[in-house]
Design a protein around this ligand. Structure first.
Ligand code: UD1
Length: 337
């Protein structure tokens, strides 16, 4: 069965292509290489023994999207990762975010809903919950006003999918990711942040290698046990596997609603200092860090209730924070060697 993965050479996309190919799916990866490299195809081939088909398409190019769907009429499903995801950049350049994250989604749905079956997996984010009142966060927690254009594109994306599913053959699973980290255990694929990493784990691994002088910990005066923020860090391979399970649910028509929402997390919250200490343990080296002011827009705590994903989707995160940090560290050392 032919599955389209947009952003298929990106961080979560590439790991999902691997899991899809391992399950026997034929994958067509779309990517505009704005935040990825064609070399990722080699990494995927090394792991799975097969290169996916690859199309260098910018999904903001509507005629290109139309051509693509005209060429591939036998698509059984689309997993849509391609999007911009830097919160700060989205504040600086909101129109880039609305164009890249919303226009592309609309163009794909316009084409997909013309096919006999329109199965669609959407990358959403725990950012839609803002600072939730209760931990762990269930899928019923209310969606809070977005704190950035990036967050808004995820909320609007979800709403677009509900509206379209109401009146078309669209069936969709919205996956709200908590904090995906790590790399494939083979270190053939992983995260490739452009420039200075904004996210915690790539900053840690780059600091450990000496590429950055020290890590800044954004605030230690939060109302948490050690004063630093708490997040639910989930191994990217677990996240990737959840996409395959969600896709199979749609393909087998096991979904109970036309649009279903699942959190993807481990259910366990870890503070910034806990992540640092876990990293020090697995790498056997001290990580230089200093405490600085809070970063604007950070919520105090966010970790997932995994009950719905466990019970309804039948998926559970299997890998630990230590597994994820070990793989991220192995990957960082490999790409810099
Ligand atoms: C961020 C985004 C989120 C997005 C996700 C994926 C914000 C507010 N949220 O999640 O919407 O979906 O990235 O890109 O930007 N930290 C440090 N020092 C650092 C980097 C991070 O102390 O150099 C801390 C942060 O304060 C936070 C934790 O580490 O407490 C995790 O940060 P990060 O990896 O950026 O993820 P989120 O902010 O949770």
């Amino acid at each position: 069965m032919k599955i389209v993965v947009t952003g298929g050479l990106g961080f979560i996309g590439s790991h999902t292509v691997v899991e899809l190919q391992n399950e026997g799916f034929e994958v067509v990866a779309i990517d505009n290489l704005s935040n990825s490299s064609v070399d990722v195809l080699d990494g995927i081939e090394k792991i799975t023994g097969k290169k996916p088909l690859f199309e260098n398409i910018d999904l903001r190019d509507k005629p290109a999207v139309q051509n693509f769907f005209n060429k591939h009429k036998d698509i059984a499903g689309v997993i849509h990762f391609a999007a911009s995801k830097a919160v700060g950049e989205s504040v600086e350049n909101p129109l880039l975010y609305y164009e890249n994250n919303i226009n592309a989604l609309v163009y794909i749905l316009q084409e997909l809903t013309n096919l006999p079956q329109a199965n669609f997996i959407f990358s959403s984010s725990c950012t839609v919950y803002g600072q939730a009142e209760k931990m762990p966060i269930t899928e019923n927690a209310s969606v809070q006003p977005a704190m950035s254009p990036y967050g808004n594109t995820k909320q609007i994306g979800e709403e677009i999918i509900f509206d379209v599913a109401n009146v078309t053959n669209l069936n969709s699973v919205l996956l709200r990711y908590f904090n995906p980290i790590g790399a494939h255990a083979t270190a053939e694929i992983g995260e490739l942040p452009l420039g200075v990493p904004q996210n915690l784990v790539p900053f840690i691994t780059q600091t450990a290698l000496g590429l950055r002088k020290e890590l800044s910990v954004f605030g230690n005066d939060y109302p948490t046990p050690d004063g630093t923020c708490i997040r639910d860090y989930i191994h990217v391979v677990d996240v990737a596997k959840a996409h395959v399970v969600a896709l199979q649910r749609l393909l087998k028509k096991q979904n109970q609603d036309k649009v279903e929402i699942f959190n993807l997390g481990t259910g366990k919250g870890s503070s910034v200092l806990e992540v640092i200490h876990a990293f020090e343990k697995i790498s056997g080296q001290k990580l230089p860090y200093k405490i600085v002011d809070r970063r604007s827009g950070d919520v105090i705590s966010a970790y997932a209730s995994t009950d719905k994903a466990n019970d309804v989707l039948g998926w559970k995160a299997e890998l630990s924070l230590e597994d994820a940090l070990t793989s991220a560290w192995k990957w960082e050392q490999k790409i810099r060697s």
